[in-house]
Design a binder for this molecule. Structure first.
Ligand code: NDP
Ligand code: 8X3
Length: 251
């Protein structure tokens, strides 16, 4: 199979690429950081002897998305699985104090970026009557939490889009799944706090969060069910976190 994973330079996307590469699939990795893409492509090719295509582009730039997929080499043309993973939180502020640049970044990446990629890839799946779109939502797309406002709104949008895609893809036999994790320790909080690593660490203080591998395994599980089974959505939490506002932390 050919697996396209957006945002594969770090965290969940990177772990997902590894798990599918171990299985011998062709992998397309994307992200904005060329140096990371280059190193990761080499690592996957050498360790797992699979074909890897790296595409460096920003999912928020519509023209870049279209160009990136306009001329795929034959080995990568027939994308079987799209993992819409690229996404971020930027800032954690009340609605009255939030930075509008942060808001635009989240809306452009988590909603518009996901849409640009999906609009580009879905028609090929429909033509081939085969495919699976896996969207990274979040527990923040199921509930809200203090100061989470815009991030939560973008992930609620992903939740709605996931349900809509499921209906639109139904006649074409294309599977659609959303993965909705609670706290996962990746670069997510470092990005949310604009590079403040100390503040990012505090998000996970006193508890064991999920890790990228936990989510990659869940994505892989949904992608490897029999043809007649579609997992519509998964909510996956650390054992120490019940929902967005209740977590147990050791002193
Ligand atoms: P990371 O910050 O570790 O990874 C995010 C990835 O997204 C990177 O590869 C980054 O690549 C890519 N990315 C971000 N913005 C863009 C962009 N504009 N264009 C292209 N690629 C982009 O975070 P996670 O792995 O934790 O997050 C992955 C997904 O999981 C996100 O959608 C996130 O919302 C979701 N999620 C995360 C949770 C968590 O607690 N960590 C919980 C629930 C959901 P690059 O910077 O190279 O462009
Ligand atoms: C990330 C989970 O609760 O930190 O989507 O926003 S949370």
């Amino acid at each position: 199979m050919t697996i396209l994973i957006t945002g594969a330079t770090a965290g969940i996307g990177k772990a997902t690429a590894v798990i599918f590469a171990k299985d011998g699939n062709n992998i397309i990795i994307t992200g904005r950081r060329q140096n990371r893409l280059d190193a990761f492509k080499k690592e996957l090719e050498e360790k797992y002897k699979v074909a890897v295509l790296s595409l460096c582009f920003d999912v928020t730039k519509r023209a870049e998305v279209q160009t990136a997929f306009s001329n795929l080499p034959d080995a990568f043309k027939d994308i079987d699985i799209l993992v819409n993973n690229a996404g971020l939180a930027s800032g954690l502020s009340s609605i009255q104090e939030g930075d509008i640049d942060d808001w635009e970044k989240m809306i452009d990446t988590n909603i518009k970026g996901l849409l640009y990629v999906t609009r580009t890839i879905a028609p090929g799946m429909i033509e081939r009557k085969r495919g699976h779109i896996i969207n990274l939502g979040s527990v923040a797309g199921k509930e809200v939490y203090p100061n989470g406002n815009i991030y939560c709104a973008t992930k609620h949008a992903v939740d709605a889009l996931n349900k809509s895609m499921r209906i639109d893809m139904l006649p074409h036999g294309i599977k659609v799944t959303s993965i909705n994790p609670g706290m996962v320790e990746t670069e997510f909080s470092i990005v949310r706090f604009h590079g403040d690593e100390e503040r990012a660490k505090k998000a996970y203080l006193g508890l064991t969060p999920l890790n990228a591998q936990d989510i990659a395994e869940t994505i892989y599980w949904t992608a490897t069910r029999p043809a007649h089974v579609n997992i519509n959505e998964v909510i996956i939490m650390p054992t120490a976190q019940a929902n967005t506002t209740n977590a147990i932390r050791k002193a």
